[in-house]
Structure formats: C-alpha cells, structure tokens
Design a protein around this ligand. Structure first.
Ligand SMILES: Cc1cc2nc3c(=O)[nH]c(=O)nc-3n(C[C@H](O)[C@H](O)[C@H](O)COP(=O)(O)OP(=O)(O)OC[C@H]3O[C@@H](n4cnc5c(N)ncnc54)[C@H](O)[C@@H]3O)c2cc1C
Length: 434
C-alpha cells in the first residue's frame, strides 16, 4: 500500500475512488475484475484504479466497525458474481426466517426461505471482519491503494479531477467516485446539495447472547420508541476461516446483533446503563421469543438521519453508497442499495467498453465522459427513489401511535400471514431482488 509520495507531478489514474469502506472497496475490486476480463483489443492497458481511504482497518475504523449488517440474497448473488463472496462466505450467518411483529398489538408475520426454494433470505456479517478480508483482496489486486490517506482538496478540471492527499500525493483522474460516506468531503468540495430528514432517533448497536439458540431466525419488532432488530450471529469462536470448516451445529449459536432505535435521550441513558439494566430493558421491549438475554457486549450509538442527493452526479464525478444516500437501518437496506450503485456503475462501464469494441473505432473510452455519468444516473434513479420512499414510509408508519395507523399496519402484517402469496413480493424486496 502506498502511504507517501514525494513526486511533484500528479499521478495519472483512470478512476479514483475516495473512501474504501463497504461501497468503495467492493467497487475497487469489481473494477479490477472488469479490467482483467476486457480483451487487449478493448483496453490497450489495464485500467488504473486508485482507492483512497483515511483509516486503516482497526477497531476505530468508521466504515468497518462493530456493526453487523444483513446482506440480502440478491446482494450475495452480486457479490458472488464479483468474486467477492467466495472470500467472505466463511464469515456469514444465514438468515433462514424473519419474524416481524408490532409490540403490544396483534400484527405479526414471518418470511421464510424454504417456501421460496432458498437456503437463506440473506447473510449476517460483522463489518470489522469483512474490512480485513476486503483489504487483503485489494492488496493482491491491481488497485493502487492509498491508506491511510485523506483527500483534503480537489479541483474539477475539464478532463478530470485533481486530488490532493494529506500525505502530499496528488492524483489526476478521469472519473472521480465519491464513496466517502454520509459527510462526504467530495460532496462538500463540489457544493452539491442533499436533502435531509432527522428522525429524532438514535440506534444502539450491540451484540447480545441468549439462553436459547437463534436457529437462524432474524427478528424485526416495531416498538413505541422505534424499531428493534435482532440479527443471528455466529458464536465468536466460529467466525474465523479456520473454524468455518467445522460443523456449524457443533457449537450452539445464541448470539444476536441488536439494532435498537430509540429517542436520543433514552439511547444515551441505555448506552451507559449497567449490563443488568440494559438487558432488562431489552427483554421488556422485545419479550421472550428468543428466551432470556444473558449478556451484552460493547454498546455503540448512531444518530439516525436520512440524507439523499437528488442527483448523485457532477462533472466527471459519481456518488455511491452512503455518500449518495444514507438510510435509516430499519429495513437493513443501506449497503444493499450501495452495492446496487456499485453494480450499476460496473454495468455502465462494461457496456461502454463492449460498445467501443463493436464500433471498432480508434477513439478510446473516456470513463469520465458526460455520457457515462448520465447513463449511471438514469440506471440508478428509479431504484434509489423507490427504496427511499419505502423506508420513509416504514419509519413513519411504524413509529406512529395514531390508532388508524396502528390498526392499518397490524392488519397489513396479519394479511401477510393469512395470504402467503402476498409475502412473495415483500420477501423479494427484503432480499434485494429487483
Ligand atoms: C446501525 C446500523 C445498522 C445497519 N444495518 C444494515 C443492514 O443490516 N444491511 C445493510 O445493507 N446496511 C445496513 N446499514 C447500512 C450500512 O452499514 C452502510 O450503508 C454501509 O456500511 C455504508 O458504506 P459506505 O462505504 O457507503 O460508507 P461509509 O461506511 O461511511 O464509508 C466511508 C469511508 O470513506 C472514508 N473517508 C471519508 N472521508 C474521506 C476522505 N476525505 N479521504 C479518504 N477517505 C475518506 C471513511 O474513512 C470511510 O471508510 C446499517 C447502518 C447502521 C448505522
């Protein structure tokens, strides 16, 4: 990995990605794969790809932190196509069933993998572990990784962008991809607007253990204060590649990752409460469907806002993942949507290279051209808009205690249980099938 560069001339690359967490790192690996599969007739030399990430993979990494996330079935399919899931699969815990309920009301429903002919609806992974694997893969790839290095300045130019890093390096790229998260420095430098909704909620995230095995069930419970999700996890001892060969049933799996959205003051209080008080409050909010909560690890909190760039593009620049939209974790869609941004961009570039090959012209593909940037915008607009609308509806609908709203959502959950064919589209959305 490059950490310093004293050269005065900017290093010329085709694509520079700012931010190397889930979105940026998967895009970099996807681009390296795309470059390797294009024939010399299409690409006279491999694509030069630079990835700039401010933090090394450790416990303080903002993108690869203590969070566990659910990766939907559709996203696993895409990660497989990119050759990435093969390296991550030993870290995953299958979600075979999802139980959805509304605390204190009659509505509840289940989504199950088996009736859909699947082994799993998705997989749960711990981001800290994923980060290590992705960076091992990047180190073996053709991507030029600048880490730790921060982009501190950028200048938009007619033929690309000039990036200045805090280690003195300058890079010139034809296409700039901003994957630098919710507070995107690239977005601020380019003065691009976002729309924001503050839900006045904070999520507490922690790993808990129960006295009953999870049996690969995930839970989403809507409470008066906000949604509470439990994701099944591997026992800590089976989360390594070496242990992955052991039968998973050999150890009792009774760990969950909890994501609990609460009013900020209550979240702050529970974050610092002693273990017994936290576990009692969790038990009270969730009930006994998974037995008793017996232990809790480190608690981390995240303020919950939704931010959204109406047009995630600029001159020779594309915004992906949390830089383009940061979602409420209610439906576990943040990275799933970010990965669809990654795949959308890869598809547009692949299409541009194959069109070039068919046209048999001598004009090279300009990866930052206005045509490519606008094709990306068109390809992503409908999916982004729909996902955002659905999440805002879910957050507002399920936090509301106005009685017609309570009755409506409980009836909705009941209908899903009574009429299994209705579940298929809901399950398909949850699994990231378009
Ligand atoms: C509590 C919680 C639960 C969630 N659960 C789920 C779930 O179940 N399923 C799901 O799909 N999603 C989930 N999400 C969302 C998911 O975690 C995020 O969407 C995803 O991790 C965002 O990745 P990203 O790469 O787009 O951005 P980020 O993770 O924000 O990464 C941005 C990166 O850019 C780097 N950076 C920033 N500025 C600079 C700079 N100037 N120079 C260089 N580097 C820079 C940062 O160091 C960072 O590594 C959850 C989120 C939360 C908060």
């Amino acid at each position: 990995m490059t950490t310093a560069n004293t050269a005065t001339k900017p290093l010329a690359v085709d694509i520079a990605i700012v931010g190397g967490a889930m979105a940026g790192a998967t895009l970099a690996l996807g681009l390296a794969k795309l470059s390797a599969t294009l024939s010399p007739a299409t690409l006279s030399r491999p694509l030069r790809i630079a990835l700039i990430e401010a933090h090394v993979s450790n416990n303080n990494h903002p993108g690869f932190d203590a969070r566990s996330i659910a990766i939907a079935h559709g996203s696993i399919f895409e990660l497989n196509r990119l050759g990435i899931w093969l390296k991550l699969q030993h870290l995953g815990t299958a979600i075979e069933n999802i139980h959805v309920s509304d605390r204190g009301h009659f509505g509840m429903t289940e989504l199950n993998a088996k009736p859909l002919g699947l082994d799993a609806l998705g997989q749960v992974v711990e981001l800290a572990q994923v980060g290590k694997v992705l960076f091992e893969q990047l180190a073996k790839s053709s991507v030029e990784v600048f880490c730790p290095a921060k982009v501190t300045d950028l200048q938009a130019q007619q033929d690309g962008h000039l990036l200045s890093l805090d280690n003195g390096t300058q890079l010139h790229c034809q296409l700039l991809v901003a994957a630098d998260g919710a507070n995107s420095v690239v977005r601020q430098h380019l003065g691009q607007p976002t729309e924001q909704i503050d839900f006045n909620q904070t999520a507490i995230v922690a790993n808990v253990s129960t006295d009953q095995p999870h049996q690969h069930w995930a839970y989403e419970r809507f409470t008066q204060t906000g949604p509470l999700a439990l994701l099944p996890m591997r026992s800590a001892s089976t989360s390594s590649a070496a242990n992955a060969t052991k039968s998973s049933s050999a150890s009792v799996q009774s760990r969950f990752s909890v994501v609990w959205a609460l009013p900020p003051a209550q979240a702050e209080q529970l974050k610092h409460a002693d273990k017994a008080e936290f576990l009692a409050a969790l038990q009270q909010a969730f009930g006994h469907r998974v037995g008793n909560f017996v232990d809790v690890g480190q608690r981390v909190s995240y303020p919950l806002t939704l931010s959204y760039m109406p047009r995630p593009i600029y001159h020779r620049c594309i915004f992906i993942g949390n830089a383009a939209q940061t979602l409420h974790p209610i439906a576990g869609q943040g990275f799933n949507l970010g990965l669809r941004d990654v795949v959308g961009l890869l598809n547009v570039l692949e299409q541009a290279f194959s069109t070039y090959q068919l046209a048999n012209t001598s004009t090279k593909v300009d990866v930052g051209s206005s045509a490519i940037v606008h094709q990306y915008l068109a390809a992503r607009q409908a999916d982004r808009d729909n996902t955002l609308r659905n999440i805002e509806f879910l957050v507002r609908g399920f936090s509301n205690q106005y009685w017609p709203m309570v009755a409506g959502r409980n009836l909705g959950l009941r209908l899903l249980s009574w009429l299994p064919p209705l579940k298929r589209p809901v399950a398909q959305t949850a699994m990231g099938w378009r």
